[in-house]
Design a protein around this ligand. Sequence first.
Ligand code: G6P
Length: 467
Amino acid sequence: MSRLVVISNRVSVPTGGAKAGGLAVALKDLMERQGGLWFGWSGDTKAEAAGVTLPYLVHHENVDYATIDLTPEELDLYYNRFSNATLWPLLHSLPEQMHFDRRSLQAYRGVNERFADVLVPMLRPGDTIWIHDYHLLALASAMRARNVTAPIGFFLHTPFPSPDMLGSIPEAALFIRDLLAADLLGFQTSNDAENFATSAQRIAGAARMAGGGLQLGNRQIRVGVFPVEIEPAEFAQMAEQAFASPETQRLHRSLDGQSLILGVDRMDPTKGLRHRLAGFRRLLETRPQWHRQATFLQIAAESRQDVGAYQDLREDLEREAGAINSTYSDPDWTPLRLMARGGTREAISGYMREARICLVTPLRDGMNLVAKEYIAAQDPENPGVLVLSKFAGAARQLGAAILVNPVDPDEIADALDIALRMSRPERQDRWNACWEAIKDTSALAWGRSFVSALARVGQEGQIVPRP
Ligand code: G6P
């Protein structure tokens, strides 16, 4: 079996303290089965990292983990600026948040080149290469420029914007050509795949083929839809156990019989948190009958705090949370609890099972696994209600949730009111439909389906080395 080489900005090295999330575990399982190399950034910065071409190596259960440091300047320009202040808002179609400067674009390309410089000497004949996410849009072409002929797949975890939105930063649109150096391009939804294919046609002159592929000169590139999944049965079991844990029981007691409304996100401008708080405020304003009957716990784990838009978001949320609480609190009731600290996966799964409602209202999201985890965490006999943005990839599968426009506070308030009143039979019907949509899926099967699609590209002999 071909060795699987995974490249991502962050690498989940097993000897580290932090516990890996579901997706990282699935990738690790795949690599352990067939032998693997996982390459990326160590998470550290060192001034002298620029000239270093040898990675740190850790071998664990059939997988080599190889990482490199970034220089402080690379971290600032490649990660904070171009990846997270240019590409992230661009890919999420949030033009008002986009920042652009040429220096960070150059540094971004430079880091992609350096990844290729370090990685290519480690490759072996027969390897299959799988690149992940928006930090590495130029890596496939950088590898081809170094004569790598192995099958290369690329999966984008974020949405892919419309050609017009992409064109608002013409320099970024040129990454389409770099991506076309891969053999298989995977997206979360058919909408993302379609947006990419249209841009490839316009920008690179690729021809559309029947069955979703693209033809570019004498090369064929497959474009596929691979929605990211969780391990539903495992998550359900974890939530059931965590529900009985001291942490969840403390939360339960603190609610004193009230319904819990829960939000679990990274503190990120795409997650719709400002509008979500405005929606909760609308609920309190227009439906005083819910005062003292419901409490909203928003876990907004601090993220990317060196990026200005993220700092602004934190300030705004803290201000608005304070304003909501000072307006509506009673001496013995605080309507909103805002936490900038994340929790363990176990603890959060228990909170999810406790929650009568989960609010998942990103402005846009590639998939959103919190929505799927909330469904998996429910007690089938007495499930809670998922309120989900219609602009999350997960809405394609979870159409039985209450779907909302995430920028409309009135719609969020209405959805909360409906969810708080919803009868148990209706909650069960909606939950059953959502569970049916995810219960037979798995993160491991997701990884396998991508890798086997990539292997098929190889077998069909569609890989023609670039001139
Ligand atoms: C999103 C991206 C991932 C990224 C994660 C956390 O899910 O698609 O690539 O790793 O956010 O963000 P961070 O900047 O902390 O890696």
